[in-house]
Design a protein around this ligand. Structure first.
Ligand SMILES: Cc1ncc(COP(=O)(O)O)c(C=O)c1O
Length: 368
């Protein structure tokens, strides 16, 4: 009999539950015999507006160079980020999406005999990245669906080397206030790398945005992560980055694949930073869309978790069943049972029309 080669991988790798991505439009079209053009995907917190004009031009301009390896040091993008955030290029780590940056933190600071603290209902990649390194996850019960920072500080033990915070959090959309975060940072031992994942930062009202990059000076154990996948509309090109003390960035860059960010992504991301008007409109339309979805949920008598992201998580009861009914109506959303929320569905804010389509399909699905 053939050997089960899976058995050869360490037990902590074998016990990883695979990440469940949003269902692609093409897959649903195949499964249900639907036209792709009639399907609405609100499952992966993507930007329904697409990309800005400078970004598009940069992508077109970069095509001619794809036969060459990208700039492994990401010089131009780092220069642009350095100017934007007033940090040294040595403090920047580029990633194949910010997901990659999260993995680099785990790779650089976790391993067997070490632990990472995270919140219940927090972004799924934290337990995955922790477990893949053979480290232990310390999951702290959430408070009102959000991070209980007090309890997280108390949960740090002598084996803890990483602490993950998503702000806003996915899938709950909850936000920790800047003052609370800063007070929290002062309490955390310097040995613990605090990852402040700000993937949805551009969707926050300016008054709610933390001055997290400035905190780097006082807290060398802080890593701030951001992405071009959300408000900048580049989810398919995979570009994210981390900002950290130069010594932390250095160790993360040592474990990074030399060409982890592709050349079109590098060019697009640098240009996207200048598509300010596009990002401002994405922000404004997202607020409108959130309101539309909240009102729609209220009209159906459904509870929701107030969100600070480009998505909202609704309590629909039999979520697995409602998810299937929505699929039959050509609408893809995201079940979040894997996040400990079996009665909820997460819906990405789409265009006004997409939101309307979703709400109509939801109304029909809850009544079915
Ligand atoms: C909280 C959070 N962090 C990080 C990511 C990773 O995004 P990307 O790898 O596309 O930058 C996501 C994606 O959904 C997210 O929700």
């Amino acid at each position: 009999m053939l050997m089960d080669l899976c058995e050869l991988s360490p037990s902590y790798v074998r016990s990883i539950a695979p990440y469940q991505p949003g269902k692609p439009i093409s897959e649903l079209a195949r499964e249900m015999g639907l036209e792709e053009s009639g399907i609405v995907k609100l499952a992966s917190n993507e930007n329904p507006r697409g990309i800005g004009p400078r970004t598009r031009a940069a992508i077109e301009g970069a095509i001619g160079e794809v036969a060459r390896y990208p700039d492994g040091g990401g010089f131009a993008l780092k220069q642009a980020l350095s100017a934007r955030h007033a940090v040294d290029a040595a403090s920047i780590v580029l990633g194949n999406g910010s997901n990659d940056v999260l993995e680099l933190v785990a790779l650089a600071f976790l391993g067997p005999g070490r632990a990472a603290v995270m919140s219940q209902h927090a972004f799924a990649v934290y337990p995955l990245a922790t477990q893949a390194r053979g480290a232990r996850s310390i999951v702290v019960p959430a408070r009102d669906y959000g991070h209980d920072l007090e309890a997280m500080a108390r949960a740090i033990d002598e084996e803890t080397y990483v602490l993950w915070i998503a702000n806003p959090n996915n899938p709950t959309g909850t936000l920790a206030a800047p003052e609370a975060l800063e007070a929290f940072l002062r309490r955390v031992p310097e040995r613990v790398v605090v990852v402040l994942d700000e993937a949805y930062n551009e969707y926050l009202a300016p008054g709610l945005r933390a001055d997290s990059v400035k905190w780097l000076k006082r807290h060398p154990n802080l890593v701030v992560t951001r992405t071009f996948s959300k408000a900048y509309g580049l989810a398919g090109l995979r570009v994210g980055y981390g900002l950290a003390h130069a010594s932390v960035a250095d160790v993360m860059n040592r474990v990074r694949q030399p060409f982890n960010v592709n050349s079109i992504g590098l060019a697009a991301a640098a240009a996207a930073l200048d598509d300010m008007e596009f990002v401002a409109r994405s922000y404004a339309e997202n607020l409108q869309g959130l309101k539309q979805l909240e009102e729609g949920a209220r009209a159906l008598g459904l509870e929701f978790i107030p969100s600070h992201g480009n998505f909202i998580t609704l309590r629909v009861g039999k979520a697995a069943e409602i998810f299937k009914r929505l699929l039959r109506r050509g609408v893809i959303v995201r079940p979040v049972a894997g996040y400990g929320l079996p009665e909820h569905l997460r819906v990405t804010v789409g265009t006004g029309q997409e939101n309307e389509r979703f709400l109509a399909a939801l109304a029909a699905s809850v009544k079915e």
